[in-house]
Design a protein around this ligand. Structure first.
Ligand SMILES: *[C@@H]1O[C@H](CO)[C@@H](O)[C@H](O)[C@H]1NC(C)=O
Ligand SMILES: *[C@@H]1O[C@H](CO)[C@@H](O)[C@H](O)[C@H]1NC(C)=O
Ligand SMILES: *[C@@H]1O[C@H](CO)[C@@H](O)[C@H](O)[C@H]1NC(C)=O
Ligand SMILES: *[C@@H]1O[C@H](CO)[C@@H](O)[C@H](O)[C@H]1NC(C)=O
Ligand SMILES: *[C@@H]1O[C@H](CO)[C@@H](O)[C@H](O)[C@H]1NC(C)=O
Ligand SMILES: CC(=O)N[C@H]1CO[C@H](CO)[C@@H](O)[C@@H]1O
Ligand SMILES: [Zn+2]
Length: 509
Protein backbone atom coordinates (compact mmCIF):
# COMPACT_ATOMS: atom_id res chain seq x y z
CA UNK A 1 0.00 0.00 0.00
CA UNK A 2 1.15 3.52 -0.65
CA UNK A 3 1.12 6.31 1.88
CA UNK A 4 -0.57 9.60 1.18
CA UNK A 5 1.97 12.09 -0.08
CA UNK A 6 1.75 15.51 1.37
CA UNK A 7 2.53 17.92 -1.40
CA UNK A 8 1.70 21.51 -1.95
CA UNK A 9 -1.88 21.65 -3.10
CA UNK A 10 -0.87 24.03 -5.88
CA UNK A 11 -1.70 22.40 -9.15
CA UNK A 12 1.25 24.06 -10.75
CA UNK A 13 4.26 25.02 -8.74
CA UNK A 14 5.87 28.07 -10.24
CA UNK A 15 8.92 27.48 -12.38
CA UNK A 16 12.20 28.18 -10.72
CA UNK A 17 12.66 31.40 -12.60
CA UNK A 18 16.24 32.45 -13.18
CA UNK A 19 16.77 35.32 -10.78
CA UNK A 20 19.22 37.19 -12.93
CA UNK A 21 21.05 36.31 -16.10
CA UNK A 22 24.46 36.81 -14.55
CA UNK A 23 24.01 35.27 -11.13
CA UNK A 24 27.33 33.49 -11.18
CA UNK A 25 28.01 30.73 -8.67
CA UNK A 26 25.03 28.53 -8.01
CA UNK A 27 25.05 26.67 -4.72
CA UNK A 28 23.13 23.44 -4.96
CA UNK A 29 21.31 22.74 -1.72
CA UNK A 30 22.00 19.05 -1.26
CA UNK A 31 25.50 18.46 -2.56
CA UNK A 32 27.13 21.73 -1.61
CA UNK A 33 29.09 21.66 -4.84
CA UNK A 34 29.66 24.85 -6.70
CA UNK A 35 28.30 24.81 -10.21
CA UNK A 36 29.66 27.55 -12.37
CA UNK A 37 27.01 29.25 -14.49
CA UNK A 38 28.81 31.38 -16.99
CA UNK A 39 27.64 33.50 -19.87
CA UNK A 40 30.09 32.26 -22.44
CA UNK A 41 28.63 31.73 -25.90
CA UNK A 42 28.12 28.02 -26.33
CA UNK A 43 28.34 26.28 -29.70
CA UNK A 44 25.05 25.34 -31.31
CA UNK A 45 24.05 21.77 -30.44
CA UNK A 46 25.40 19.20 -32.84
CA UNK A 47 24.05 15.66 -33.04
CA UNK A 48 27.27 13.71 -33.43
CA UNK A 49 29.02 15.72 -30.73
CA UNK A 50 26.11 15.24 -28.30
CA UNK A 51 25.96 11.51 -29.06
CA UNK A 52 29.68 11.22 -28.30
CA UNK A 53 29.07 12.47 -24.76
CA UNK A 54 26.85 9.47 -23.91
CA UNK A 55 28.68 6.88 -21.84
CA UNK A 56 27.60 3.48 -20.52
CA UNK A 57 29.51 4.06 -17.28
CA UNK A 58 27.51 7.17 -16.53
CA UNK A 59 24.21 5.41 -17.33
CA UNK A 60 25.12 2.51 -15.02
CA UNK A 61 26.31 4.86 -12.27
CA UNK A 62 22.87 6.47 -12.31
CA UNK A 63 21.16 3.05 -12.43
CA UNK A 64 22.98 2.07 -9.22
CA UNK A 65 21.83 5.27 -7.59
CA UNK A 66 18.25 4.58 -8.70
CA UNK A 67 18.34 1.04 -7.31
CA UNK A 68 19.43 2.42 -3.93
CA UNK A 69 16.48 4.81 -4.12
CA UNK A 70 14.11 1.92 -4.94
CA UNK A 71 15.28 0.21 -1.73
CA UNK A 72 13.69 3.07 0.20
CA UNK A 73 10.40 1.38 -0.68
CA UNK A 74 11.38 -1.80 1.21
CA UNK A 75 10.08 -0.80 4.60
CA UNK A 76 6.52 -0.51 3.38
CA UNK A 77 6.48 -3.02 0.50
CA UNK A 78 9.04 -5.57 1.74
CA UNK A 79 10.97 -5.19 -1.50
CA UNK A 80 12.45 -2.39 -3.64
CA UNK A 81 9.87 -0.38 -5.58
CA UNK A 82 9.34 3.08 -7.02
CA UNK A 83 5.54 2.86 -7.33
CA UNK A 84 3.68 6.17 -6.84
CA UNK A 85 3.06 6.81 -3.18
CA UNK A 86 6.19 4.91 -2.08
CA UNK A 87 9.35 6.40 -0.59
CA UNK A 88 11.14 4.92 -3.60
CA UNK A 89 9.10 7.14 -5.90
CA UNK A 90 9.55 10.22 -3.71
CA UNK A 91 13.29 9.53 -3.75
CA UNK A 92 13.19 9.24 -7.55
CA UNK A 93 11.46 12.61 -7.81
CA UNK A 94 14.05 14.25 -5.57
CA UNK A 95 16.86 12.67 -7.58
CA UNK A 96 15.47 13.96 -10.88
CA UNK A 97 14.77 17.39 -9.45
CA UNK A 98 18.22 17.77 -7.83
CA UNK A 99 20.00 16.53 -10.95
CA UNK A 100 18.37 19.20 -13.09
CA UNK A 101 18.68 21.86 -10.38
CA UNK A 102 22.45 21.33 -10.34
CA UNK A 103 22.59 22.31 -14.01
CA UNK A 104 21.85 25.86 -12.96
CA UNK A 105 20.05 28.33 -15.15
CA UNK A 106 20.18 26.21 -18.26
CA UNK A 107 16.75 24.81 -17.30
CA UNK A 108 13.69 26.09 -15.55
CA UNK A 109 11.94 23.36 -13.57
CA UNK A 110 8.25 22.94 -12.84
CA UNK A 111 6.60 20.49 -10.47
CA UNK A 112 3.12 19.65 -11.64
CA UNK A 113 1.15 18.08 -8.83
CA UNK A 114 -1.94 16.05 -9.75
CA UNK A 115 -4.35 13.56 -8.18
CA UNK A 116 -3.67 9.95 -9.16
CA UNK A 117 -5.99 7.02 -8.63
CA UNK A 118 -4.15 3.96 -7.57
CA UNK A 119 -5.59 0.49 -7.12
CA UNK A 120 -4.39 -2.46 -5.11
CA UNK A 121 -5.79 -5.98 -5.31
CA UNK A 122 -4.79 -7.90 -2.19
CA UNK A 123 -6.60 -11.17 -2.91
CA UNK A 124 -8.99 -12.49 -5.51
CA UNK A 125 -10.74 -15.70 -6.54
CA UNK A 126 -13.25 -16.68 -9.19
CA UNK A 127 -15.07 -20.02 -9.32
CA UNK A 128 -17.30 -20.82 -12.31
CA UNK A 129 -19.35 -23.98 -11.83
CA UNK A 130 -16.80 -26.33 -10.32
CA UNK A 131 -13.82 -24.81 -12.14
CA UNK A 132 -11.28 -22.25 -10.96
CA UNK A 133 -10.31 -20.69 -14.31
CA UNK A 134 -6.57 -20.14 -14.62
CA UNK A 135 -6.96 -17.03 -16.77
CA UNK A 136 -9.25 -15.16 -14.34
CA UNK A 137 -7.59 -11.80 -13.62
CA UNK A 138 -9.09 -8.95 -11.62
CA UNK A 139 -9.17 -5.75 -13.67
CA UNK A 140 -7.02 -2.80 -12.70
CA UNK A 141 -8.86 -0.25 -10.49
CA UNK A 142 -11.60 -2.77 -9.73
CA UNK A 143 -13.57 -2.20 -6.52
CA UNK A 144 -13.74 -5.09 -4.03
CA UNK A 145 -16.72 -7.41 -3.80
CA UNK A 146 -19.26 -6.39 -1.15
CA UNK A 147 -17.71 -6.20 2.33
CA UNK A 148 -14.54 -7.61 0.76
CA UNK A 149 -16.14 -11.03 1.01
CA UNK A 150 -17.02 -13.70 -1.58
CA UNK A 151 -20.32 -13.18 -3.40
CA UNK A 152 -22.40 -16.06 -4.81
CA UNK A 153 -24.73 -15.99 -7.75
CA UNK A 154 -25.56 -17.55 -11.08
CA UNK A 155 -23.87 -16.36 -14.22
CA UNK A 156 -26.11 -14.28 -16.46
CA UNK A 157 -25.09 -14.08 -20.11
CA UNK A 158 -25.32 -10.45 -21.22
CA UNK A 159 -26.60 -9.69 -24.71
CA UNK A 160 -24.44 -8.22 -27.47
CA UNK A 161 -21.30 -6.71 -25.97
CA UNK A 162 -22.92 -5.21 -22.92
CA UNK A 163 -22.36 -1.62 -24.05
CA UNK A 164 -25.98 -0.61 -23.60
CA UNK A 165 -28.08 -0.75 -20.44
CA UNK A 166 -30.78 -2.61 -22.39
CA UNK A 167 -28.35 -5.53 -22.84
CA UNK A 168 -28.70 -6.29 -19.12
CA UNK A 169 -31.80 -8.34 -18.16
CA UNK A 170 -33.52 -7.68 -14.83
CA UNK A 171 -32.48 -11.09 -13.49
CA UNK A 172 -28.82 -10.01 -13.37
CA UNK A 173 -29.63 -8.14 -10.13
CA UNK A 174 -27.92 -10.00 -7.29
CA UNK A 175 -26.14 -12.27 -9.75
CA UNK A 176 -22.95 -12.19 -11.80
CA UNK A 177 -22.85 -10.61 -15.28
CA UNK A 178 -20.99 -12.56 -17.98
CA UNK A 179 -20.03 -10.06 -20.70
CA UNK A 180 -18.22 -10.32 -24.02
CA UNK A 181 -15.19 -8.09 -24.65
CA UNK A 182 -15.46 -5.51 -27.44
CA UNK A 183 -16.96 -2.23 -28.76
CA UNK A 184 -16.83 -0.25 -25.50
CA UNK A 185 -14.32 0.04 -22.63
CA UNK A 186 -14.31 -2.46 -19.74
CA UNK A 187 -15.19 0.40 -17.39
CA UNK A 188 -18.47 0.99 -19.29
CA UNK A 189 -19.43 -2.68 -19.04
CA UNK A 190 -18.67 -2.80 -15.31
CA UNK A 191 -20.72 0.36 -14.79
CA UNK A 192 -23.73 -1.04 -16.67
CA UNK A 193 -23.49 -4.27 -14.66
CA UNK A 194 -23.36 -2.26 -11.43
CA UNK A 195 -26.35 -0.13 -12.39
CA UNK A 196 -28.31 -3.29 -13.19
CA UNK A 197 -27.60 -4.54 -9.68
CA UNK A 198 -25.08 -7.29 -10.52
CA UNK A 199 -22.73 -8.03 -7.64
CA UNK A 200 -19.78 -8.85 -9.88
CA UNK A 201 -18.90 -8.98 -13.58
CA UNK A 202 -16.71 -11.18 -15.77
CA UNK A 203 -15.53 -9.89 -19.16
CA UNK A 204 -14.51 -12.76 -21.44
CA UNK A 205 -12.32 -12.38 -24.48
CA UNK A 206 -13.43 -12.65 -28.11
CA UNK A 207 -10.24 -14.58 -28.82
CA UNK A 208 -8.64 -17.41 -26.89
CA UNK A 209 -6.30 -15.19 -24.83
CA UNK A 210 -6.79 -13.82 -21.32
CA UNK A 211 -7.86 -10.22 -20.62
CA UNK A 212 -5.51 -8.14 -18.50
CA UNK A 213 -7.47 -4.94 -18.44
CA UNK A 214 -8.26 -1.90 -16.37
CA UNK A 215 -11.60 -0.30 -15.58
CA UNK A 216 -10.01 3.14 -15.94
CA UNK A 217 -11.44 6.19 -14.17
CA UNK A 218 -13.33 4.92 -11.11
CA UNK A 219 -17.14 5.18 -11.06
CA UNK A 220 -19.41 4.64 -8.05
CA UNK A 221 -21.31 2.12 -10.21
CA UNK A 222 -18.32 -0.10 -10.98
CA UNK A 223 -18.61 -3.63 -9.57
CA UNK A 224 -15.84 -6.13 -8.88
CA UNK A 225 -14.74 -7.19 -12.38
CA UNK A 226 -12.60 -10.02 -13.73
CA UNK A 227 -11.15 -10.67 -17.17
CA UNK A 228 -11.35 -14.22 -18.56
CA UNK A 229 -9.82 -15.91 -21.61
CA UNK A 230 -12.05 -16.80 -24.54
CA UNK A 231 -10.76 -20.35 -24.26
CA UNK A 232 -12.02 -20.81 -20.71
CA UNK A 233 -15.23 -18.91 -21.45
CA UNK A 234 -16.27 -21.11 -24.39
CA UNK A 235 -17.66 -24.14 -22.47
CA UNK A 236 -19.50 -21.81 -20.10
CA UNK A 237 -21.11 -19.82 -22.89
CA UNK A 238 -22.31 -23.11 -24.35
CA UNK A 239 -24.00 -24.08 -21.07
CA UNK A 240 -25.59 -20.66 -20.65
CA UNK A 241 -26.89 -20.72 -24.21
CA UNK A 242 -28.46 -24.11 -23.43
CA UNK A 243 -30.19 -22.45 -20.48
CA UNK A 244 -28.18 -24.46 -17.97
CA UNK A 245 -27.39 -22.76 -14.65
CA UNK A 246 -23.77 -22.01 -13.84
CA UNK A 247 -23.14 -21.06 -10.23
CA UNK A 248 -20.30 -18.71 -9.55
CA UNK A 249 -18.34 -17.31 -6.65
CA UNK A 250 -16.45 -14.07 -7.05
CA UNK A 251 -14.13 -12.57 -4.48
CA UNK A 252 -11.92 -9.49 -4.70
CA UNK A 253 -10.29 -7.77 -1.77
CA UNK A 254 -9.07 -4.49 -3.20
CA UNK A 255 -8.93 -0.78 -2.61
CA UNK A 256 -8.94 2.22 -4.93
CA UNK A 257 -7.62 5.48 -3.57
CA UNK A 258 -6.46 8.86 -4.74
CA UNK A 259 -3.05 10.29 -3.88
CA UNK A 260 -1.16 13.35 -5.04
CA UNK A 261 1.92 12.81 -7.13
CA UNK A 262 4.11 14.96 -9.36
CA UNK A 263 5.27 15.36 -12.96
CA UNK A 264 8.61 17.12 -13.27
CA UNK A 265 9.11 19.32 -16.33
CA UNK A 266 12.43 20.93 -17.26
CA UNK A 267 12.68 23.37 -20.13
CA UNK A 268 15.73 25.08 -21.57
CA UNK A 269 15.74 28.78 -20.74
CA UNK A 270 17.40 29.27 -24.13
CA UNK A 271 15.76 28.50 -27.51
CA UNK A 272 12.53 29.65 -29.11
CA UNK A 273 9.85 29.04 -26.47
CA UNK A 274 7.12 29.00 -29.13
CA UNK A 275 8.67 25.99 -30.83
CA UNK A 276 9.52 23.22 -28.42
CA UNK A 277 10.69 19.68 -28.88
CA UNK A 278 9.35 17.67 -25.98
CA UNK A 279 10.42 14.27 -24.71
CA UNK A 280 9.37 12.15 -21.77
CA UNK A 281 10.00 9.07 -19.67
CA UNK A 282 8.04 7.87 -16.64
CA UNK A 283 9.49 8.27 -13.17
CA UNK A 284 7.36 5.56 -11.51
CA UNK A 285 7.56 1.77 -11.45
CA UNK A 286 4.95 -0.87 -10.67
CA UNK A 287 4.55 -1.97 -7.04
CA UNK A 288 6.08 -5.39 -7.79
CA UNK A 289 9.65 -4.22 -8.27
CA UNK A 290 12.29 -1.49 -8.64
CA UNK A 291 11.64 -0.77 -12.34
CA UNK A 292 15.24 -0.29 -13.42
CA UNK A 293 14.48 -1.03 -17.07
CA UNK A 294 10.81 0.09 -16.85
CA UNK A 295 11.32 2.98 -16.88
CA UNK A 296 14.47 3.68 -14.91
CA UNK A 297 16.30 3.33 -18.22
CA UNK A 298 14.33 6.07 -19.99
CA UNK A 299 14.36 8.28 -16.88
CA UNK A 300 18.15 8.04 -16.74
CA UNK A 301 18.64 8.46 -20.50
CA UNK A 302 16.75 11.75 -20.27
CA UNK A 303 18.76 12.90 -17.24
CA UNK A 304 22.00 12.15 -19.09
CA UNK A 305 20.93 13.86 -22.32
CA UNK A 306 19.67 16.86 -20.33
CA UNK A 307 23.02 17.02 -18.55
CA UNK A 308 25.18 16.79 -21.69
CA UNK A 309 22.97 19.21 -23.60
CA UNK A 310 24.12 22.02 -21.28
CA UNK A 311 27.43 22.12 -23.24
CA UNK A 312 25.49 23.62 -26.15
CA UNK A 313 23.12 26.35 -27.12
CA UNK A 314 19.80 25.53 -28.81
CA UNK A 315 17.69 27.32 -31.41
CA UNK A 316 14.43 25.72 -30.30
CA UNK A 317 13.32 25.11 -26.78
CA UNK A 318 13.80 21.60 -25.39
CA UNK A 319 11.33 20.38 -22.78
CA UNK A 320 11.97 17.22 -20.77
CA UNK A 321 9.19 15.50 -18.80
CA UNK A 322 9.34 12.82 -16.14
CA UNK A 323 5.77 11.56 -15.83
CA UNK A 324 4.27 9.98 -12.72
CA UNK A 325 1.45 7.42 -12.59
CA UNK A 326 2.20 5.90 -16.01
CA UNK A 327 1.73 2.41 -14.60
CA UNK A 328 -1.72 3.31 -13.24
CA UNK A 329 -2.83 4.27 -16.75
CA UNK A 330 -0.80 7.20 -18.14
CA UNK A 331 -2.11 9.49 -15.41
CA UNK A 332 0.66 12.10 -15.41
CA UNK A 333 0.93 12.61 -19.16
CA UNK A 334 -2.87 12.61 -19.53
CA UNK A 335 -3.14 15.29 -16.85
CA UNK A 336 -0.39 17.36 -18.43
CA UNK A 337 -1.96 17.41 -21.88
CA UNK A 338 -5.51 17.84 -20.56
CA UNK A 339 -4.54 20.95 -18.62
CA UNK A 340 -2.47 22.56 -21.42
CA UNK A 341 -4.15 25.72 -22.68
CA UNK A 342 -4.68 25.69 -26.48
CA UNK A 343 -1.92 28.23 -27.13
CA UNK A 344 0.54 26.12 -25.10
CA UNK A 345 -0.50 22.97 -26.95
CA UNK A 346 0.48 24.63 -30.22
CA UNK A 347 4.02 25.38 -29.00
CA UNK A 348 4.81 21.68 -28.70
CA UNK A 349 6.00 20.73 -32.15
CA UNK A 350 6.32 17.05 -31.25
CA UNK A 351 6.49 14.62 -28.33
CA UNK A 352 8.98 11.75 -28.13
CA UNK A 353 8.34 8.85 -25.75
CA UNK A 354 11.23 6.91 -24.22
CA UNK A 355 9.94 3.98 -22.18
CA UNK A 356 12.11 0.84 -21.67
CA UNK A 357 15.40 1.58 -23.44
CA UNK A 358 17.47 -1.40 -22.31
CA UNK A 359 15.51 -4.68 -22.23
CA UNK A 360 17.89 -7.63 -21.68
CA UNK A 361 16.54 -9.62 -24.64
CA UNK A 362 16.01 -6.47 -26.67
CA UNK A 363 14.84 -5.63 -30.16
CA UNK A 364 15.27 -2.10 -31.50
CA UNK A 365 11.60 -1.21 -31.80
CA UNK A 366 10.18 1.91 -33.44
CA UNK A 367 6.55 2.88 -32.92
CA UNK A 368 4.86 2.66 -36.31
CA UNK A 369 3.38 6.14 -36.01
CA UNK A 370 2.27 7.20 -39.49
CA UNK A 371 0.70 10.44 -40.62
CA UNK A 372 -2.27 8.49 -41.98
CA UNK A 373 -3.47 7.72 -38.44
CA UNK A 374 -1.67 10.32 -36.33
CA UNK A 375 -1.00 14.07 -36.28
CA UNK A 376 1.23 15.15 -39.15
CA UNK A 377 4.89 14.97 -38.20
CA UNK A 378 4.58 11.62 -36.40
CA UNK A 379 5.83 9.87 -39.52
CA UNK A 380 8.75 12.27 -40.00
CA UNK A 381 9.81 11.40 -36.45
CA UNK A 382 9.41 7.68 -37.16
CA UNK A 383 11.62 8.15 -40.21
CA UNK A 384 14.29 9.96 -38.20
CA UNK A 385 14.60 6.82 -36.04
CA UNK A 386 14.68 4.56 -39.12
CA UNK A 387 17.42 6.65 -40.78
CA UNK A 388 19.54 6.64 -37.66
CA UNK A 389 19.40 2.86 -37.08
CA UNK A 390 20.17 2.36 -40.77
CA UNK A 391 23.15 4.71 -40.60
CA UNK A 392 24.49 2.73 -37.64
CA UNK A 393 24.02 -0.53 -39.56
CA UNK A 394 21.52 -1.75 -36.97
CA UNK A 395 18.29 -3.66 -37.52
CA UNK A 396 14.94 -2.42 -36.24
CA UNK A 397 11.29 -3.51 -36.15
CA UNK A 398 8.03 -1.59 -36.13
CA UNK A 399 5.67 -2.01 -33.20
CA UNK A 400 2.04 -0.91 -32.84
CA UNK A 401 1.37 2.65 -31.73
CA UNK A 402 -1.67 1.70 -29.70
CA UNK A 403 -1.70 3.62 -26.45
CA UNK A 404 0.69 1.64 -24.28
CA UNK A 405 2.76 4.59 -23.14
CA UNK A 406 2.71 8.32 -22.49
CA UNK A 407 2.46 9.45 -26.11
CA UNK A 408 -1.24 8.62 -26.03
CA UNK A 409 -2.50 11.92 -24.58
CA UNK A 410 -0.38 13.90 -27.05
CA UNK A 411 -1.69 12.06 -30.10
CA UNK A 412 -5.28 12.35 -28.90
CA UNK A 413 -4.73 16.10 -28.55
CA UNK A 414 -3.25 16.74 -31.96
CA UNK A 415 0.46 16.76 -31.09
CA UNK A 416 2.68 14.65 -33.37
CA UNK A 417 4.50 11.91 -31.53
CA UNK A 418 6.38 8.66 -31.58
CA UNK A 419 9.24 6.93 -29.89
CA UNK A 420 11.34 3.85 -29.51
CA UNK A 421 11.36 0.90 -27.11
CA UNK A 422 13.15 -2.41 -26.62
CA UNK A 423 10.27 -4.71 -25.71
CA UNK A 424 8.26 -5.80 -22.66
CA UNK A 425 6.33 -9.08 -22.24
CA UNK A 426 6.30 -9.89 -25.97
CA UNK A 427 8.11 -12.97 -27.23
CA UNK A 428 11.20 -12.64 -29.41
CA UNK A 429 10.84 -14.44 -32.72
CA UNK A 430 13.46 -16.59 -34.48
CA UNK A 431 13.81 -13.88 -37.07
CA UNK A 432 14.42 -11.26 -34.38
CA UNK A 433 17.03 -13.48 -32.77
CA UNK A 434 18.96 -13.28 -36.07
CA UNK A 435 18.45 -9.52 -36.20
CA UNK A 436 19.35 -8.59 -32.62
CA UNK A 437 20.92 -11.62 -30.91
CA UNK A 438 19.40 -12.76 -27.61
CA UNK A 439 16.97 -15.66 -27.20
CA UNK A 440 13.99 -16.50 -29.41
CA UNK A 441 11.01 -17.76 -27.42
CA UNK A 442 11.76 -15.60 -24.36
CA UNK A 443 10.23 -12.28 -23.42
CA UNK A 444 12.15 -9.19 -24.54
CA UNK A 445 12.16 -8.23 -20.88
CA UNK A 446 11.89 -11.46 -18.84
CA UNK A 447 11.58 -9.34 -15.66
CA UNK A 448 8.84 -7.04 -16.99
CA UNK A 449 6.77 -5.72 -14.06
CA UNK A 450 8.53 -8.07 -11.64
CA UNK A 451 10.87 -7.89 -8.67
CA UNK A 452 13.85 -8.88 -10.83
CA UNK A 453 13.68 -5.64 -12.89
CA UNK A 454 16.88 -4.67 -11.09
CA UNK A 455 20.47 -3.74 -11.98
CA UNK A 456 20.95 -7.05 -13.79
CA UNK A 457 17.95 -6.36 -16.03
CA UNK A 458 19.50 -3.93 -18.51
CA UNK A 459 21.52 -4.56 -21.62
CA UNK A 460 24.05 -1.74 -21.59
CA UNK A 461 24.80 -2.09 -25.32
CA UNK A 462 21.17 -1.44 -26.21
CA UNK A 463 20.92 1.29 -23.62
CA UNK A 464 23.90 3.23 -25.01
CA UNK A 465 22.62 2.84 -28.58
CA UNK A 466 19.19 4.16 -27.68
CA UNK A 467 20.46 6.98 -25.48
CA UNK A 468 22.58 8.12 -28.42
CA UNK A 469 19.49 8.02 -30.59
CA UNK A 470 17.65 10.11 -27.98
CA UNK A 471 20.55 12.59 -28.10
CA UNK A 472 20.27 12.62 -31.90
CA UNK A 473 16.52 13.30 -31.76
CA UNK A 474 16.99 16.16 -29.30
CA UNK A 475 19.92 17.70 -31.18
CA UNK A 476 18.14 17.50 -34.54
CA UNK A 477 15.00 19.32 -33.43
CA UNK A 478 16.78 21.68 -31.02
CA UNK A 479 18.75 22.93 -34.05
CA UNK A 480 15.90 23.20 -36.52
CA UNK A 481 12.31 22.39 -37.42
CA UNK A 482 12.99 23.43 -41.00
CA UNK A 483 12.14 20.01 -42.47
CA UNK A 484 9.43 19.24 -39.95
CA UNK A 485 5.72 19.87 -40.65
CA UNK A 486 4.13 22.92 -39.06
CA UNK A 487 1.51 22.22 -36.41
CA UNK A 488 -1.85 22.00 -38.12
CA UNK A 489 -5.24 22.84 -36.72
CA UNK A 490 -6.15 19.99 -34.48
CA UNK A 491 -8.91 17.60 -35.40
CA UNK A 492 -9.28 14.50 -33.24
CA UNK A 493 -8.00 11.43 -35.03
CA UNK A 494 -10.73 8.82 -34.91
CA UNK A 495 -8.39 6.54 -36.84
CA UNK A 496 -5.97 6.50 -33.92
CA UNK A 497 -8.77 6.21 -31.39
CA UNK A 498 -10.24 3.24 -33.22
CA UNK A 499 -7.02 1.28 -33.02
CA UNK A 500 -5.82 2.19 -29.52
CA UNK A 501 -6.66 -0.74 -27.24
CA UNK A 502 -4.34 0.12 -24.37
CA UNK A 503 -4.22 2.95 -21.93
CA UNK A 504 -0.85 2.34 -20.33
CA UNK A 505 0.29 -1.20 -19.64
CA UNK A 506 -3.25 -2.59 -19.46
CA UNK A 507 -5.97 -3.03 -22.03
CA UNK A 508 -8.97 -0.77 -21.50
CA UNK A 509 -11.22 -2.00 -24.31
C1 LIG B 1 29.56 18.47 -35.26
O1 LIG B 1 30.68 18.12 -34.47
C2 LIG B 1 31.60 17.27 -35.11
C3 LIG B 1 32.64 16.89 -34.11
O2 LIG B 1 32.05 16.11 -33.10
C4 LIG B 1 32.16 17.99 -36.31
O3 LIG B 1 33.03 17.11 -36.99
C5 LIG B 1 31.05 18.41 -37.23
O4 LIG B 1 31.55 19.20 -38.28
C6 LIG B 1 30.00 19.22 -36.49
N1 LIG B 1 28.86 19.41 -37.37
C7 LIG B 1 28.25 20.59 -37.50
C8 LIG B 1 27.11 20.61 -38.44
O5 LIG B 1 28.57 21.55 -36.87
C1 LIG C 1 9.57 19.84 -6.59
O1 LIG C 1 9.59 18.46 -6.30
C2 LIG C 1 10.84 17.98 -5.83
C3 LIG C 1 10.74 16.48 -5.74
O2 LIG C 1 9.72 16.06 -4.91
C4 LIG C 1 11.16 18.64 -4.51
O3 LIG C 1 12.40 18.18 -4.05
C5 LIG C 1 11.21 20.14 -4.72
O4 LIG C 1 11.42 20.78 -3.50
C6 LIG C 1 9.91 20.64 -5.34
N1 LIG C 1 10.10 22.04 -5.69
C7 LIG C 1 9.16 22.94 -5.50
C8 LIG C 1 9.53 24.33 -5.91
O5 LIG C 1 8.09 22.67 -5.02
C1 LIG D 1 2.44 0.86 -40.19
O1 LIG D 1 1.19 1.55 -40.18
C2 LIG D 1 0.59 1.68 -41.44
C3 LIG D 1 -0.72 2.42 -41.29
O2 LIG D 1 -0.53 3.67 -40.74
C4 LIG D 1 0.32 0.33 -42.06
O3 LIG D 1 -0.18 0.51 -43.36
C5 LIG D 1 1.61 -0.49 -42.10
O4 LIG D 1 1.32 -1.78 -42.53
C6 LIG D 1 2.24 -0.55 -40.71
N1 LIG D 1 3.50 -1.24 -40.82
C7 LIG D 1 3.86 -2.22 -40.00
C8 LIG D 1 5.15 -2.88 -40.28
O5 LIG D 1 3.16 -2.56 -39.07
C1 LIG E 1 20.53 -7.74 -39.10
O1 LIG E 1 19.73 -8.83 -39.35
C2 LIG E 1 20.30 -9.80 -40.27
C3 LIG E 1 19.29 -10.91 -40.42
O2 LIG E 1 18.10 -10.39 -40.93
C4 LIG E 1 21.60 -10.33 -39.70
O3 LIG E 1 22.19 -11.18 -40.66
C5 LIG E 1 22.54 -9.18 -39.40
O4 LIG E 1 23.70 -9.68 -38.77
C6 LIG E 1 21.85 -8.20 -38.46
N1 LIG E 1 22.70 -7.04 -38.24
C7 LIG E 1 23.16 -6.72 -37.06
C8 LIG E 1 24.03 -5.50 -36.98
O5 LIG E 1 22.91 -7.34 -36.05
C1 LIG F 1 23.74 -7.20 -24.68
O1 LIG F 1 23.38 -7.51 -25.99
C2 LIG F 1 24.48 -7.79 -26.81
C3 LIG F 1 23.94 -7.97 -28.23
O2 LIG F 1 22.93 -8.93 -28.23
C4 LIG F 1 25.20 -9.03 -26.30
O3 LIG F 1 26.33 -9.27 -27.09
C5 LIG F 1 25.62 -8.79 -24.86
O4 LIG F 1 26.17 -9.97 -24.34
C6 LIG F 1 24.44 -8.37 -24.03
N1 LIG F 1 24.91 -7.98 -22.72
C7 LIG F 1 24.38 -8.48 -21.62
C8 LIG F 1 24.95 -7.96 -20.34
O5 LIG F 1 23.51 -9.31 -21.63
C1 LIG G 1 22.15 33.44 -21.24
C2 LIG G 1 22.71 34.80 -20.98
O1 LIG G 1 22.90 35.17 -19.86
N1 LIG G 1 22.98 35.54 -22.05
C3 LIG G 1 23.54 36.88 -21.96
C4 LIG G 1 25.04 36.85 -22.18
O2 LIG G 1 25.58 38.15 -22.28
C5 LIG G 1 25.04 38.91 -23.36
C6 LIG G 1 25.78 40.21 -23.48
O3 LIG G 1 26.24 40.64 -22.23
C7 LIG G 1 23.54 39.09 -23.11
O4 LIG G 1 22.97 39.81 -24.18
C8 LIG G 1 22.87 37.74 -23.02
O5 LIG G 1 21.51 37.91 -22.70
ZN1 LIG H 1 6.94 1.78 -18.79
Amino acid sequence: MGALIKYSSLALCAALAPTSALQVPFLSSNTQTLVQVTNETKPLVNSSALQDLISGDRLMMRAKKLYKIAKMGEEEYNHPTRVIGSLGHLGTLSYIYETILQLGEYYSITNQSFPAVSGNVFESRLVLGDEVPKSAAPMGLTPPTKNREPVHGTLVLIENEGCDSSDYPAEVAGDIAFIKRGTCPFGTKSEHAGRAGANAAVVYNYDKDGVHGTLGTPSPFHVATFGLSGEEAAPIIKKLENKEYVDAIAYIDAEVKTILTVNIIAQTTDGDPDNCVMLGAHSDSVAEGPGINDDGSGTISLLEVATQLTEYSVNNCVRFAWWAGEEEGLLGSDYYVATLPAEENKKIRLFMDYDMMASPNFAYQIYNATNALNPEGSEELRDLYIDWYEEQGLNYTFIPFDGRSDYDGFIRNGIPGGGIATGAEGIKTKKEEKMFGGNAGDWYDPCYHQLCDDLGNVNVTAWIVNTRLIAHSVATYARSFEDFPKRTVFTASSAYENQAKYHGPKLFI
